[in-house]
Design a binder for this molecule. Structure first.
Ligand code: GSH
Length: 221
């Protein structure tokens, strides 16, 4: 049995996208992104109260990078992983976990712009710094795409899924100015059916109310 615990527009979207690419049978339990994640029932699944959490044949995995690794080993024929012994294994792992380097900045910015709803709670310095550090990660993707259509020379993999989903969230706070290869790659991978299936339904409440959050939303005195 495979069950994904998911909140729209969060990191669990990358697990959902991967599950669709793998063509596995699975169920999705959608949670609202609020105190529901702190309910005793949910904390019994993920004690940190976060998403994703994947229940897989009696085990629960709570880190999106680990979920990607385990699922790609679970369904190796889908070709989304680069298994032990593959010459691209190290590069694949590096990109799988680079998604989290991107997401740590997005998480800080989401906290500043979305979770801290009163201006006096927010820090313009943190907002600006984190947006710049996020944009820097976009440049790393640009460099990685030199001379290739996907992050790995051999073609599309779970590495593209993790990084592109992290970019999906990050694009709420920074642009792809100066990253034309990332823009083209992002259009290419997000055109896939499996990505489209991982998007929130049109009438669903997502994490983000706006498409883009200006780095300086607070009036400076
Ligand atoms: N390192 C974890 C991070 C998981 C995480 O922080 N998820 C966020 C959503 S993107 C969350 O559930 N936040 C809820 C909270 O912090 O209360 C992963 O990669 O899965």
């Amino acid at each position: 049995m495979i069950r994904l615990h998911h909140c729209h527009q969060t990191r669990s979207m990358r697990s959902l996208w991967l599950l669709h690419e793998l063509g596995l049978d699975f169920e999705v339990q959608v949670h609202s992104f609020d105190k529901a994640l702190r309910s005793p029932d949910y904390l019994a699944i993920n004690p940190t109260g976060r998403v994703p959490a994947l229940e897989l044949d009696g085990q629960t995995i709570c880190e999106s990078g680990a979920i990607a690794e385990v699922l790609c080993e679970y369904a190796p024929d889908a070709g989304m992983g680069r298994l032990v012994g593959d010459p691209e294994r190290a590069a694949w792992l590096d990109w799988i976990h680079f998604a989290e380097t991107i997401s740590q900045h997005t998480a800080a910015l989401t906290q500043q712009h979305v979770a801290l709803y009163e201006d006096h709670m927010r820090s313009p310095i943190v907002m600006t710094l984190e947006a710049k550090r996020l944009a820097k990660t976009f440049q790393t993707i640009e460099q990685g795409l030199t001379g290739r259509d996907y992050l790995l020379a051999s073609g599309f993999s779970a590495a593209d899924i993790g990084v592109a989903q992290a970019l999906y969230m990050g694009l709420h706070f920074a642009t792809l100015d100066g990253c034309p290869m990332v823009a083209a790659w992002y259009d290419r991978v997000t055109a896939r059916d499996a990505f489209q299936k991982a998007l929130p339904p049109v009438d669903a409440k997502g994490l983000y109310a706006k498409d883009f959050y200006d780095p300086w939303p607070i009036e400076q005195s």
